[in-house]
Ligand binder design. Structure first.
Ligand SMILES: [Cu+2]
Length: 190
C-alpha cells in the first residue's frame, strides 16, 4: 500500500502531462467545428440526407439545410432540386415513401447515374425492368449508387462516395413515369 501513495500522484502527473490542457482544448475545437460544418454528419463523418418521396412524384425534404437546394413547397415539404458534395465525400441518402397507395402503383427509389449516362435511355430501360425493381441489370455501368424500391411507409437507404470528378450527376427515381414527372435532380460535385 505504501508505494501506492507515491505512484498515484506520479500517474496523475504522467496522465496530465500527456493528455493535458491544450489537447482537450483542441478536441473541443474540433467538435465545435464539425458541428458547425454539418449538423447532419454522424460520428463516422457520413453526411445523411433524408428525402421523402411523395405522391406528386417528386423528391422532397422537410427543411432547407446546408448542402442541398430546394425549389417550391408542396404540402408540408420543400422540393429537393440538388445536392452539393465535395469530391470523395461520403453521403448517405435515406429515402422514405409517403403514400397510401399500394407499392405496385407508387414506390420510389434513388438512382445516382454517372456523368456519361444516357439518362433518357436509362429511364426507358428501367421502366421495362419491373422484375428487377426497375433497375436495368445491363446498364449497371451507368449507376454510381441506388437504393431499393420503397413502397408507402417504407424507408430505404444507400451510402456512397461522391465521385472525384467534378460535375453535375443526375439522380432519378426509376419507377415508371416518375422521372418524366420531375422526380429527379443533380448531385453537384464541386
Ligand atoms: Cu418515384
Amino acid at each position: 500500500m505504501r508505494y501506492l501513495t507515491y505512484l498515484l500522484p506520479l500517474m496523475f502527473f504522467i496522465t496530465t502531462a500527456c493528455g493535458g490542457g491544450s489537447g482537450d482544448q483542441q478536441q473541443q475545437a474540433d467538435e465545435t467545428t464539425t458541428e458547425a460544418q454539418s449538423s447532419a454528419a454522424d460520428q463516422s463523418g457520413v453526411r445523411t440526407i433524408e428525402i421523402i418521396g411523395i405522391d406528386q412524384m417528386k423528391f422532397a425534404v422537410e427543411s432547407d439545410e446546408d448542402g442541398i437546394s430546394t425549389g417550391g413547397e408542396t404540402g408540408d415539404y420543400l422540393l429537393l432540386e440538388s445536392i452539393s458534395a465535395e469530391p470523395g465525400e461520403e453521403i448517405r441518402v435515406v429515402l422514405t415513401t409517403e403514400s397510401d397507395l399500394p407499392a405496385t402503383a407508387m414506390a420510389h427509389n434513388f438512382v445516382l447515374l454517372t456523368l456519361s449516362a444516357d439518362v433518357d435511355a436509362f429511364v426507358n430501360a428501367a421502366s421495362q425492368a419491373k422484375d428487377n425493381d426497375y433497375i436495368p441489370a445491363d446498364m449497371s455501368d451507368q449507376i454510381i449508387a441506388h437504393t431499393e424500391l420503397a413502397g408507402g411507409g417504407e424507408t430505404v437507404e444507400v451510402t456512397f462516395t461522391a465521385p472525384e470528378e467534378t460535375g453535375e450527376y443526375e439522380y432519378v427515381c426509376s419507377f415508371p413515369g416518375h422521372y418524366a414527372a420531375g422526380m429527379r435532380g443533380t448531385l453537384n460535385v464541386e
